[in-house]
Design a binder for this molecule. Structure first.
Ligand code: ADP
Ligand code: GLC
Length: 493
């Protein structure tokens, strides 16, 4: 980095809110650049040119052309999209298709994902080495397996290069492909080793990034520790132990403009920590909108989640009798495994007015739910960070969470001692079993039965700093250290 110049970063990802989102990765990629601007870090974000991204791109300028990028002509466009300073890979043969970025309408992975995300890594490495003369990043920051080859290309090709960081948002998704694609990806034969891109006889995109990026981060300190263990390392714990000195856990923040109960256009009554009483109107609105009995006294639990094993949704099904015995209600928005979708839909049909389920993805309804529910349930088996509990804190819906990953790092259990010392922002339970979850529901109901105490916990939740300010400072510090180290390595000797 040259002195006096702002540090520059190329962020590389397969989704970004509000352009394309399947989960928290998009929230992070969409919000972090603005927070980093406050730290004098200039971020440009490289995204695949899905139709939704290309149609949002404004002031597009071509900066680089490929006669062939993974099997077809392509261009790199620079412009603004969804509030981001963006590079977009215009490659119709890879990205011009509607629907989900990863799977087809039948839920099967797109057959050419190896090339679709290989191209993402390829373009990132090219931009990293100055494919756009106007922008030579100090750091290339790759997110998850889809961007995992970016550090690999930069590593195996000669010449000065930017520093590289890979962030693991979820170790469960690894991007594993047959070895026969090595040549099509343009990776050299010498990259196919245990220290390189080889993983269980195939090409591992995430593995490659974990092995070859200068630094690794994950999205909470607890998850950073968990993934080093055989129990939670998903086969990559050995490598993560070897690289332990290069791994940091940096908590996610929340986009506090998108998630702001004082100015949220999606809810009927806006409120802040001093006017929590106004939430009551939002609770009634949620009950009405989802078809729950309008009852101000009923404890309303909310869930906004992918419906998967990771999220412990089967445990929630198992404790529905406890929840109903309490006289509580459940409002759930989610999509995912067909069996879980069916089971929740059936539970709602059996208990009209008490259990309400919206199968599908609905951003605005998620705001209505966070503003109206009394508590938000997050019984995840593992959770790298989790954003819904951060939304819950900000909206004064008490998070009831499993003690794992980022959930353990962001919610303070309101146990007796915590309450005595005026701390505690939610309910934290472990182990992650149906019994422990049922017990957590009992504790939540007991707390709810003490309105003054509940209100005090709500206020603490709402005033917890869940913004990007602190995490952005940590990323900025990390980038500067890595860029400085890289600069010394690239010095001509
Ligand atoms: P993950 O990325 O593992 O799914 P996170 O908690 O980090 O979990 O992020 C999930 C994000 O997706 C949050 O912004 C949440 O509000 C949103 N979300 C999840 N499911 C839905 C849904 N069915 N409708 C609307 N938003 C959803
Ligand atoms: C992943 C994780 C989630 C995390 C999100 C953003 O999807 O499952 O815990 O919050 O990425 O980092």
């Amino acid at each position: 980095m040259t002195a006096g110049r702002a540090l520059t970063v190329l962020s590389v990802a397969s989704e970004a809110f509000p352009l394309v989102k399947t989960g928290g990765l998009a929230d992070v990629v969409g919000a972090l650049p603005a927070a980093l601007a406050e730290e004098s870090v200039r971020v440009r974000t490289l995204l695949p040119g899905y139709p939704a991204v290309l149609s949002a791109l404004e002031d597009a300028q071509p900066v680089h052309a490929y006669p062939s990028l993974m099997g077809g002509p392509a261009r790199l466009l620079h412009g603004r999209a969804g509030g981001l300073d963006a590079y977009v890979i215009e490659a119709p043969h890879l990205y011009r298709r509607t629907g989900n970025p990863y799977v087809d309408a039948q839920g099967r992975d797109w057959a050419d994902n190896v090339l679709r995300f290989g191209a993402l890594g390829r373009a990132a490495a090219d931009l990293g080495r100055g494919a756009d003369h106007a922008f030579r990043p100090d750091v290339v920051h790759a997110h998850d397996w889809q961007a995992g080859l970016a550090p690999a290309y930069l590593h195996f090709e000669p010449g000065p290069r930017p520093a590289t960081v890979l962030t693991v948002h979820n170790l469960a998704f690894q991007g594993q492909f047959p070895a026969e694609h090595l040549e099509a990806l343009g990776l050299p034969p010498e990259s196919f080793t245990v220290d390189g891109v080889e993983y269980y006889g195939g090409i591992g995109f995430l593995k490659a990034g974990l092995a070859l990026a200068d630094h690794l981060t994950t999205v909470s300190p607890t998850y950073a520790a968990e993934i080093r263990t055989a129990a939670n390392g998903m086969g990559l714990d050995g490598l993560l132990r070897i690289r332990a000195a290069d791994v940091s856990g940096i908590l996610n923040g929340l986009d506090t403009h998108v998630w702001d109960p004082a100015h949220d256009p999606a809810i009927v009554a806006r409120y802040d920590a001093r006017t929590i009483r106004d939430r009551e109107a939002n609770k009634a609105a949620l009950q009405a909108r989802m078809g729950l009995a309008i009852d101000p006294t009923a404890l309303v639990y909310g869930v906004v989640s992918r419906l998967t094993w990771q999220k412990g949704m089967d445990l929630l099904l198992a404790v529905l009798p406890t929840l109903l015995d309490q006289g509580a209600q459940l409002a759930l928005i989610g999509a995912g495994d067909a069996a879980l979708e069916a089971a929740f839909t059936e539970a709602a049909a059996r208990h009209p007015g008490r259990i309400a389920v919206h199968v599908g993805y609905d951003e605005a309804l998620a705001h209505v739910l966070q503003a109206g529910a009394d508590a938000i349930l997050v019984p995840s088996r593992f959770e790298p960070c989790g954003l819904t509990q951060l939304c819950a804190l900000r909206y004064g819906a008490l998070p009831v969470v499993a003690r794992t990953g980022g959930l353990a790092d962001t919610v303070v259990d309101a146990n007796e001692m915590a309450l005595a010392t005026r701390s505690g922002t939610g309910i934290v339970f472990s182990p992650v079993t149906a019994d422990a979850l049922a017990h957590a529901l009992e504790r939540t109901a007991a707390l709810h039965a003490q309105p003054a105490t509940w209100r005090a916990v709500q206020k603490r939740a709402m005033t917890t700093d869940v913004s990007w300010a602190r995490p952005a400072m940590r990323y900025a510090r990390l980038y500067r250290a890595l860029a400085a180290e890289r600069a010394t390595q690239d010095q001509p000797r």
